[in-house]
Design a protein around this ligand. Structure first.
Ligand SMILES: Nc1ncnc2c1ncn2[C@@H]1O[C@H](COP(=O)(O)OP(=O)(O)OP(=O)(O)O)[C@@H](O)[C@H]1O
Ligand code: SF4
Ligand SMILES: [Mg+2]
Length: 436
């Protein structure tokens, strides 16, 4: 019991240390001028809608992403939130070149990577890696953890020559708080949180500068989410990573992000610092999203305003004219139907020195504090602030995730081959990860 308490305390201190280190690294980044490492401009992805079996005729397009722009500074975390289907994953896939944009630019250190090919593209791709949402389906059940984490070295042997790979992979396991001796185990022998650590280790294998994390904790048990978020915090400070962090959960995004972009139907409708977005939102959609966030404090809950949105999100194949949010917006007027609102600081706030003066795509932007500042829930499971840091009190993440390991792995190979334990059936992917 006593040992357990002191373990928790040490783990909590470890989490606090990671946060202090992170704050220092962010301050250094801000002092250095915060030059964008990534500049995304007018990014568009339209998926053609076709008709006909033999002769396919295009009859329209799903406008999954339709003019998204943002900057990402070195060492910064940009959170992206929005309802299901608003285009978050499509943006993520374009950033890591899993999808080719229909139009727009993605400039990495000033160079538009959408125009690159061959060796130049390969060199850039190394620096922008992705962590996927679902650790249960994104890891190939037929590959060992060592092969999964080390697979990127097959494409980039210059990062780790063959003789050095095992040691490199073991170092990565250690860095993400897993026991390096687990290198020969299979994904099904790990808990959900541990699998996500494996996904993160793989993302780190090529020493990237940017990690695009698409809902990295959404599939995890609430008690495990904080641990993975703390791990990401610590890794960011240690390796000076920049994150694009995509999530549904506004509380988690607030915890990890420096800035937040809110997406609706293929566009960013509001973007600003976490304080601007959470405490001084000016776009009706952001205000509606915030009004639905769970507020644990009963007094704050009483003062929270609930905004109920009516109607469904319109189809991205046929978005409304003017402001795309107008069919659900309680403030909509004729101008909203006729004129597309630009993402910019609204005129009413331009001359005032106010946190409401940030980019918001609304003709009638008004500040509305939906949740009292102290009311928002911090990261779920925060009290168990154990990120499984090496040397922590958790036995290197073996049981720290709170959900038990699927098996104790004495007989790794025997059931690793079938892959049936993950419900994957026979259709195993050829690579070690799959796009979510
Ligand atoms: N390959 C594709 N072909 C056609 N439509 C697509 C394709 N991929 C995505 N879409 C559509 O694009 C829109 C945006 O999808 P996307 O996966 O980016 O949303 P999301 O915000 O990540 O949603 P979620 O929160 O559910 O993950 C959706 O309407 C989706 O159906
Ligand atoms: S532009 Fe009009 S419809 Fe769109 S969010 Fe603002 S008030 Fe609502
Ligand atoms: Mg998605």
């Amino acid at each position: 019991m006593h040992a357990d308490h002191s373990g928790r305390r040490e783990a909590r201190e470890e989490g606090e240390k990671a946060r202090a280190l992170l704050a220092k690294s962010r301050a250094a980044s801000a002092a250095a001028g915060g030059e964008p490492i990534l500049e995304v401009r007018d990014l568009v992805k339209h998926y053609p809608l076709t008709q006909g079996i033999l002769i396919k005729k295009q009859i329209g397009a799903v406008k999954a992403v339709d003019g998204v722009s943002f900057d990402l500074a070195a060492g910064e975390t940009l959170g992206i939130v929005g309802e299901s289907g608003c285009g978050k994953s499509t943006v993520a896939k374009m950033l890591v070149h899993l999808e080719q944009p229909t139009a727009g630019a993605i400039r990495y250190k000033g160079e538009d990577i959408t125009k690159l090919s061959g060796r130049a593209l390969k060199a850039v791709r190394r620096n922008i890696q992705m962590v996927f949402q679902d650790p249960y389906t994104s890891l190939n059940p037929r590959m060992t953890v060592g092969d999964i984490i080390g697979e990127p070295y097959e494409i980039h042997p210059e990062v780790a020559p063959k003789g050095d790979r095992r040691r490199k992979v073991q170092d990565l396991l250690d860095v993400v708080g897993l026991n390096p001796e687990y290198i020969n185990r299979y994904p099904h022998q790990f808990s959900g949180g541990q699998r996500q650590r494996i996904g993160i280790a793989r993302g780190l294998a090529l020493n990237p500068e940017i990690i695009v994390a698409d809902e990295p904790v959404s599939a995890l048990d609430v008690s495990v989410q904080a641990q993975v978020v703390n791990l990401l915090d610590r890794l960011q400070a240690e390796f000076r990573l920049s994150y694009v962090f995509i999530a549904h959960d506004l509380s988690i995004v607030r915890h990890i992000s420096d800035r937040v972009g809110v997406m609706y139907l293929g566009r960013i409708v509001e973007i600003g610092s976490d304080e601007q977005i959470y405490d001084h939102p000016t776009h009706p959609y952001t205000q509606a999203l915030l009004s639905a966030v769970p507020v644990p404090d009963p007094t704050a809950r009483e003062h929270r305003e609930r905004i109920i949105l009516h109607g469904d999100v319109p189809s991205p194949a046929n978005p409304p004219s003017g402001c795309r949010f107008r069919t659900r917006c309680w403030k909509a007027q004729e101008r909203c139907e006729l004129e597309v609102p630009l993402l910019a600081v609204p005129a009413v706030f331009r001359l005032a020195d106010t946190p409401a003066g940030h980019d918001s795509a609304c003709h009638f932007a008004e500040e509305k504090q939906v949740v009292p500042p102290e009311g928002l829930l911090e990261t779920p499971g925060e009290t168990a602030a154990d990120d499984g840091a090496p040397g922590g009190a958790d036995g290197r993440g073996e049981t720290s995730d709170g959900d038990d390991e699927a098996s104790d792995g004495d007989d790794e190979a025997s059931d690793g081959e079938g892959g049936a334990s993950d419900g994957e059936g026979g259709a195993a992917p050829s690579g070690s990860t799959r796009a979510g």
